[in-house]
Structures are given as structure tokens and as C-alpha cells.
Design a protein around this ligand. Structure first.
Ligand code: GDP
Length: 412
């Protein structure tokens, strides 16, 4: 049996516009949640879904994030929504990189501040496929005029950050009533487009980045009797084969790959997405650690002494100024980095330059900055290796900002 291709979906949009309700109803329609959890009819959906959410709040979790469902064409995983605490961090560290975003906009509210923020953030985080769900269409009496109005507003917004609205499905739907989720609704006879599920199936599955340079961020390093040192990690990009020479940076140690293991089986090669343990001749347990990155000797991972980045400030109680030194989480590494220059402040919904050399940045701001790690760290230009250029900025137990590396300006 050939495995179906897989797509990670993120539900984004302003609070209360219906992200969770929609994700829940999709799972129900796709048969991923047993019908009996919801009673027989969809009219019971509202009540049961509220119960489900209440259970969640009470800690008896039916967690919508990380739920899986399948269609004829693909397998899907619903990854966290922003607002859920660790969404940004998970996306950036690769735990749940979304391949496509479902932007949920309530028809009665239209574009709201978080709608803009999430569109910009999605783009910044490298999501380049989008579906626009114009939700709560029941609340505007299934009005085509209202739909067109919101569609125009959202089109302008997404065009600003570089999506082509002509390539995007805009779907009038009700996460409550189920209109246009799996079946075309009689309530919107004027709508001639895809249902939401059909829109999912017209997305493109991500291609494995096998042509990019080899990068394996190290998660752990084990010492196994009879085998030796076994670094463990997920291949982000490129292909690694037995007998090739690899180097770990910033550690700077190298050697020949002697074995590759996955799920207790030996392999000749590893490719993107593979979680592997491997053995490199001459590399000892204390030579390398979590946060190091393995690559081929002739195309080694970049070690930054300084880099230029684009960031979005998500939630910061004060202001960010030159000298601020929070922890940057990039792939598996965590390194305190100092903001050494605030170069430009950008309009968070368009990316246009608003101010040169701002004195400070606050919540909601987007900016180009220069950053100096307090110790060498591996990070790459996002244009060259997107998987290795994203980072989350954490301080005081929360993700205060997210961003991507535009250029490594000073390398080891
Ligand atoms: P989230 O914060 O974006 O996840 O929004 P929720 O899914 O929690 O929904 C917010 C509120 O809107 C809840 O009270 C839902 O019951 C309600 N809601 C969600 N979708 C619809 C819809 O299609 N129609 C109507 N009338 N209400 C909805």
C-alpha cells in the first residue's frame, strides 16, 4: 500500500472567529472523531462541541491540535493555532511546521487586528499556501454581498504580503451548521467554488528538500555500548549516506559516517523527515551536543557571529531596545543573543518600511534587526535553507518574538 502524502494544516485568524469550531467540525466530517461523541445530528454539534471545549478547559483533553484526518487524496494533521501557547515556537523549531494555513475570518466582523497579524506571521514563518474560510456566514443570513465585501477586504490584505488572491479559495461557510465544509450548501446557491475539504485536496504536498545542503540539527547524543557515540536528530534538508564525511558545527569535529539507524533498522542513507541515530567515526560523546548541526564537510553548516533578521514582536510586556539579550530558539539550539542594532521598523501587515533606526520595538511591531549570539550558533539565510533560518525569541517563559534570518553577516 502506497502511503498518502501528508499535509500539516494551521488554523489561524482573530480570536473567536471560529478556528476551533471549524477544526472540530472538519475532524467530525472527515470521520476522525466518532459520531457518537456528538450525538446523531449535526444540530447537536454546537452543544457537544461546547462540552468538548469545556472538557478541554477542565484538562480532560480532546486536543484539537495534532489531530489527524484523511481524505481520498491526503493525510492531514491539524497543527496548533496561534493563540495556543507554543504554536510559534513549535512551528519554528520544526515540530509542527505548517504547509498551509486556513485563515478564518468571521463574516460579521471582517478583518480584525489578529487577522492581519496572523497573515503576516504565516508568511514570515514560510507558509505559502492559504485557504480563506469566511465563517459564520449563517450570522449574516448567507448574504452574497457580505461575503463579497469580506472577500475584497481579505484579498487586499493577503496581496499586501505577497499571496496572489487568484490562487486562493475563499469559501463561505458556517463552522456551526456545517455549510460548505464537506458538501456544497443549499444555503449559498450563489457560491460556485470548492468545499473546504475539496480546497484541502487541491493544496500541494510539500516536496522533500533533498537538493538542499545536508543539515541535521542534533537533539541528543547517546553513548551506546558496542556502537559508540550516537547523535540523534531529524534530517531537515539534504541526504546523508554511509561513508560520507560529515562535520558538526559549531563544535567543529568531523568524521566518516559508519552507520545510520531508524526504528531499530539499518539504512544506507537518510533523507528529510527521517528521525535517525547515526555513528561517526572518531566523534566522542563529549565532542558534540544538542544544538549542534551536522552537514557535509564540503558544505558545512554556517556558524554565525552576527546575523540580520526580520522579526515580529508577539507579546512583550515592555519594549525591546539595543542591548536586550533574550534566548533564541533555532532548530534544536538555544542561545542567548543580543539585539545590537534596530535597523528598520516595518508595517506589520504589509512589510513596508515605516521608520529607520527606531529607538525601541513593542508588541505588534515588525522590524529588521541585527543580532549577536553570545556564543557561536548555527543559523542559515532563510532564502537558502528556509528550514534552518527560522527562530523563536523566548523570555520570561513565553515566546516574545518570532523571525527569520535574512543574512549571516559575520561567520566563523
Ligand atoms: P476561536 O477563538 O477562533 O477558536 O473561536 P471558537 O471556535 O472558539 O468560536 C468562537 C465563538 O463563535 C464560539 O462561541 C462558537 O460557538 C461561535 N462560532 C464559531 N463558528 C460559528 C459559526 O459558523 N456560526 C455561528 N453562529 N457561531 C460560530
Amino acid at each position: 500500500v502506497k502511503e498518502k502524502e501528508h499535509i500539516n494544516l494551521a488554523f489561524v485568524g482573530h480570536v473567536d472567529h471560529g478556528k476551533s469550531t471549524l477544526a472540530g467540525h472538519v475532524l467530525l466530517k472527515a470521520g476522525a472523531i466518532p459520531e457518537k461523541k456528538f450525538g446523531n445530528g449535526e444540530e447537536r454539534f454546537r452543544k457537544v462541541f461546547d462540552t468538548l471545549k469545556a472538557e478541554q478547559d477542565g484538562g480532560i483533553t480532546i486536543d484539537l491540535a495534532h489531530q489527524k484526518f484523511s481524505t481520498k487524496k491526503y493525510d492531514y494533521t491539524v497543527v496548533d493555532c496561534p493563540g495556543h501557547r507554543d504554536f510559534v515556537k513549535n512551528m519554528i523549531t520544526g515540530a509542527s511546521q505548517a504547509d498551509a494555513a486556513v485563515l478564518v475570518v468571521a463574516a460579521n466582523d471582517g478583518v480584525m487586528p489578529q487577522t492581519k497579524e496572523h497573515v503576516f506571521l504565516s508568511r514570515t514563518l514560510g507558509i505559502n499556501q492559504l485557504i480563506v474560510a469566511i465563517n459564520k456566514i449563517d450570522l449574516v443570513d448567507y448574504s452574497q454581498e457580505k461575503f463579497d465585501e469580506v472577500k475584497d477586504e481579505v484579498s487586499r490584505l493577503i496581496q499586501n504580503v505577497g499571496f496572489n488572491p487568484d490562487d486562493v479559495d475563499f469559501i463561505p461557510l458556517s463552522a456551526f451548521e456545517g455549510d460548505n465544509i464537506k458538501e456544497i450548501s443549499e444555503n449559498t446557491p450563489w457560491y460556485k467554488g470548492n468545499t473546504l475539504i475539496d480546497a484541502f485536496d487541491s493544496l500541494s504536498a510539500p516536496e522533500k528538500p533533498t537538493d538542499l545542503p545536508l543539515r541535521i540539527p542534533i537533539q541528543d547524543v547517546y553513548s551506546i555500548t558496542g556502537v559508540g557515540t550516537v547523535p540523534v536528530g531529524r534530517v531537515e534538508t539534504g541526504v546523508m549516506k554511509i561513508n560520507e564525511d560529515v562535520i558538526f558545527e559549531p563544535a567543529g569535529v568531523s568524521g566518516k559516517v559508519t552507520s545510520i539507524e531508524m526504528h531499530h533498522e539499518q539504512y544506507e542513507a537518510a533523507e528529510p523527515g527521517d528521525n535517525i541515530g547515526f555513528n561517526v567515526r572518531g566523534v566522542g560523546k563529549n565532542d558534540i551536543m544538542r544544538g549542534d548541526v551536522a552537514g557535509h564537510v564540503n558544505d558545512a553548516p554556517a556558524v554565525a557571529k552576527e546575523f540580520k533578521a526580520q522579526i515580529v514582536v508577539l507579546q512583550h510586556p515592555g519594549v525591546i531596545t539595543v542591548g536586550y539579550t533574550p534566548v533564541f530558539h533555532c532548530h534544536t539550539s538555544q542561545v542567548a543573543c543580543t539585539f545590537v542594532e534596530l535597523i528598520q521598523k516595518l508595517n506589520p501587515s504589509t512589510g513596508e518600511v515605516e521608520q529607520e533606526n527606531p529607538d525601541f520595538l513593542k508588541t505588534g511591531d515588525a522590524a529588521i534587526v541585527k543580532v549577536k549570539p553570545t556564543k557561536p550558533m548555527c543559523i542559515e539565510n532563510t532564502t537558502e535553507i528556509p528550514q534552518m533560518g527560522r527562530f523563536a525569541v523566548r523570555d520570561m517563559g513565553q515566546t516574545v518574538a518570532a523571525g527569520l534570518c535574512l543574512e549571516v553577516t559575520d561567520k566563523k
